[in-house]
Design a binder for this molecule. Structure first.
Ligand code: NAD
Ligand code: 0WE
Length: 259
């Protein structure tokens, strides 16, 4: 259906940790549509697994990028510029808050946890967009997509400071869309329902969240990473040519409910 829709396009996927990562589902969807892929990974610990996954989608452009460091981001995009010669698509699928953030009360959030969550989960999108812009603009535009969660809009138990980071990320998407629009670069977010990934595994009560989706969402089924990958493919393809600055829900319709 979407075969070849991204032929000749260059896509960077940031945030693959393992085969369950939402970033990996996005990579597979973009690859299936014909894009040439590049990857960034967080640290040495992840290099081997990301390289192996990248190989299966025909990519050997795999560069380190720890988004807590300006130098690391700049070095990564330098390398990507040299190896790819440009960029059409950026998929940002990165978040982090210190583990204790999800345990205690939100009111007890430390300055350190607050700064870290916003830095890694929201600022990193702004920094990567800034580095990607000069690679995209000369190609006549591009598309950027990031991942968010509806706890940014309403209070969800235990998501705590990550929710504040996601609110900042969603707002950043609107400002990036505004500023990059003249260069024909579109910027959007996907608000995904709970997906069983590494980042979700350690969360106590994840089973109950899945049960709530099954019981109360319009589609009465849980979300899989592949559903999010397909939505990212849409947003990064010409099918979404006039869509920018928005949040697309891939959540079984849960956001539409009041009770
Ligand atoms: P994941 O653990 O597979 O991916 C998170 C990624 O963030 C990892 O690859 C990790 O290496 C990367 N990362 C963390 N700190 C980093 C740093 N300093 N530098 C570079 N990379 C760093 O989990 P996931 O569920 O695929 O998460 C991807 C995105 O999806 C996140 O933004 C998350 O908030 C969002 N999301 C997840 C769900 C869910 O239920 N799983 C729902 C909605 C949104
Ligand atoms: O965005 C997320 C989780 C992102 C995340 C996960 C971790 C676990 C390990 C960020 N930082 C960390 N830090 C760690 O040390 N999701 C949308 C998944 C998620 O997390 C929750 C959820 C859901 C859903 C936390 C509490 C309640 C619900």
């Amino acid at each position: 259906m979407t075969e070849g829709i991204l032929d000749g396009k260059l896509a960077l996927v940031a945030g693959v940790a393992n085969k369950r990562s939402i970033a990996w589902a996005i990579a597979q969807a973009l690859h299936g549509a014909g894009a040439r892929l590049a990857f960034t990974y967080q640290g040495d610990r992840l290099e081997d697994s990301v390289r192996k996954l990248a190989e299966t989608v025909g990519s050997d452009v795999v560069v380190p990028c720890d988004v807590s460091s300006d130098e690391s981001i700049e070095a990564a995009f330098d390398q990507l510029g040299q190896r790819l010669g440009g960029l059409d698509i950026l998929a940002h699928s990165i978040a982090f808050a210190p583990a204790e953030s999800f345990e205690g009360r939100f009111i007890d959030t430390s300055r350190h946890a607050f700064v870290t969550a916003l830095d890694i989960s929201a600022y990193s999108m702004v920094a990567m967009a800034r580095s990607a812009e000069p690679l995209m603009a000369p190609r006549g535009g591009g598309a950027m997509v990031t991942l968010t969660y509806m706890a940014s809009e309403r209070a969800f138990p235990k998501y705590n400071v990550m929710a504040v980071a996601k609110a900042g990320l969603e707002c950043s998407v609107r400002y990036l869309a505004y500023e990059l629009g003249p260069a024909q670069i579109r910027v959007n977010a996907i608000s995904a329902g709970p997906v069983r990934t590494l980042a979700a595994k350690g969360i106590p009560g994840f089973d109950q969240m899945e049960a709530v989706i099954e019981a109360r969402s319009p589609l009465q089924r849980n979300i899989e990473a592949g559903d999010v990958g397909n939505a990212a493919l849409y947003l990064c393809s010409p099918l979404a040519s006039m869509v920018t600055g928005t949040t697309l829900y891939v959540d079984s319709g849960y956001h539409a409910m009041g009770m």
